[in-house]
Ligand binder design. Structure first.
Ligand code: PA5
Length: 428
């Protein structure tokens, strides 16, 4: 499962700083569990690993099979919390260079004209399905993408067949998408009203695309449920400790956190994590700025800054203890590249040596460090990890003194854009 080492962070904190942060995080944790803080109508995700809708889970599995049967491509339309969780899990679990049959493409997460034009062209004669995910049902980026792909689907399929290619995931009670879905009798899945996008990966938002790509959603939920039970039974759990350590570091001026990994397929776990923490904590002039790197790739770019730049950074490194596959470095009799000193050692052995060396150098360079060790990359462990981050983010946001479940700052660009585009109801 998960084993987290905070030693590299505690080195940079005094006993008093830790105990003050612990006291505050305790209060924050209580507020989260009691659902007594701001945004308390958006904490449905907290019990979700045990309270999820079992009937809907079966419908999700059936829809995933329909998509696999009818389609070569699944286009998942959504932005922010409406696509990052699914993408994070799918990219973490999909073997490099293996074509599993169904291809997944994400759309509606930008307003790139080139992307949409090329996507329409790429989909051309292919059989494809669309899963449109939007809680509000009114977000501009996915709405534009759906308009385009819907017109393509309507030319390709008719009536019942069309209904086999369109799946909506939206709010359980309201929203424009819901209305379109009802009018056209499309299959609909729900985002519970008391759950925001970035906390929704264990609902149909994440589960339908993940199941369609052939991954085991029961195990994903099982991982989340194990984390839920562990945290429930132990007050001083790792989610609580991560929240308190982050806040203690922030109070000392470490206001940038870098999520690191030595495995490229985790890059979307980092994107999901950045959205979770950035949108939950960055408000009222407060918060830790979440950033990410993939090593060793970025040791040859941002590594310089991390080692030697401004000392306001701390790092959280995800270490996959057992890689999915490994291979030994071959011996070469000519040894022109001078690599024979590691011939016979496995690539993962070298990767781990790079990781340990980097972590040691960063500590010496003044970078506090948290290490998350995960046995192996599978559905159970990923479910555990994501739920761990979500609980920790709730505690951390309340420790900071913000509402971790709203995102009013996102409205500022939308308002300006709507005025510029002349959307009815929007004026300067
Ligand atoms: O986490 C959030 O709540 C947001 O990032 C939303 O997921 C994002 O803005 C998309 O919203 P919607 O699902 O309403 O289209």
């Amino acid at each position: 499962m998960l084993n987290i080492n905070f030693e590299g962070a505690y080195k940079f904190l005094t006993k008093e700083e830790i105990s003050k942060a612990k006291e505050d995080a305790k209060k924050a944790y209580k507020v989260l569990k009691d659902k007594s803080g701001p945004g308390n109508d958006f904490i449905g995700w907290f019990d979700y690993p045990i309270s999820y809708d079992k009937e809907e889970l079966e419908r999700i599995k059936a829809a995933a099979q329909t998509i696999q049967r009818t389609s070569e491509v699944l286009v998942v339309i959504g932005i922010g919390g409406s696509y990052l969780g699914a993408r994070a899990v799918i990219e973490a679990l999909t073997p490099y260079f293996e074509n599993s049959g169904l291809e997944i493409i994400f759309a509606g997460n930008s307003i790139s004209s080139t992307y949409l034009t090329k996507l329409r062209y790429y989909l051309g004669d292919k059989d494809f399905s669309v899963n449109v995910i939007s809680k509000s049902g009114t977000t501009t980026e996915p709405a534009i993408a759906f308009r385009f792909l819907y017109s393509l689907l309507k030319k390709k399929y008719f009536k019942d067949e069309l209904r086999e290619h369109i799946f909506f995931t939206t709010d359980s009670t309201k929203g424009a998408l819901r209305q379109i879905g009802i009018e056209n009798d499309f299959e609909m899945f729900t985002i519970p009203s008391d759950m925001g996008g970035r906390y929704s990966v264990f609902s149909a938002v994440g589960l339908l695309p993940i199941a369609a790509m052939g991954f085991d959603i029961d195990s994903l939920l099982k991982g989340a449920k194990t984390a839920y039970n562990n945290f429930k039974n132990k007050e001083d759990n790792e989610a609580f400790e991560y929240a308190l350590v982050r806040n203690a570091l922030l109070r000392k001026g470490y206001d940038i956190e870098i999520l690191e990994s030595f495995e490229p397929c985790l890059s979307y776990i980092s994107e999901w994590w950045k959205q979770l923490f950035g949108e939950s904590e960055g408000k009222e002039g407060k918060g830790i700025y979440p950033s990410s790197v993939i090593f060793t790739t970025d040791l040859h770019s941002l590594g310089q800054y991390i080692q030697d730049g401004r000392r306001n950074l701390f790092e959280t490194c995800i270490n996959i203890v057992n890689p999915v596959s490994d291979i030994d470095i071959p011996f070469d009799k000519d040894n022109l590249d001078s690599l024979n000193y590691i011939a016979g050692k496995s690539i993962d052995y070298v990767n781990k040596a790079a990781m340990n060396a980097t972590m040691e150098a960063h500590i010496e360079g003044g970078v506090p460090q948290i290490r998350i060790n995960i046995d192996e990359l599978d559905e159970i462990n990923i479910g555990y990890l994501l739920y761990f981050f979500m609980v920790s983010c709730g505690i951390s946001g309340y420790t900071l003194g913000v509402n971790p479940f709203n995102q009013e700052g996102v409205e500022a660009y939308k308002k300006n854009m709507f005025i510029a585009l002349g959307k009815p109801g929007y004026t300067k």
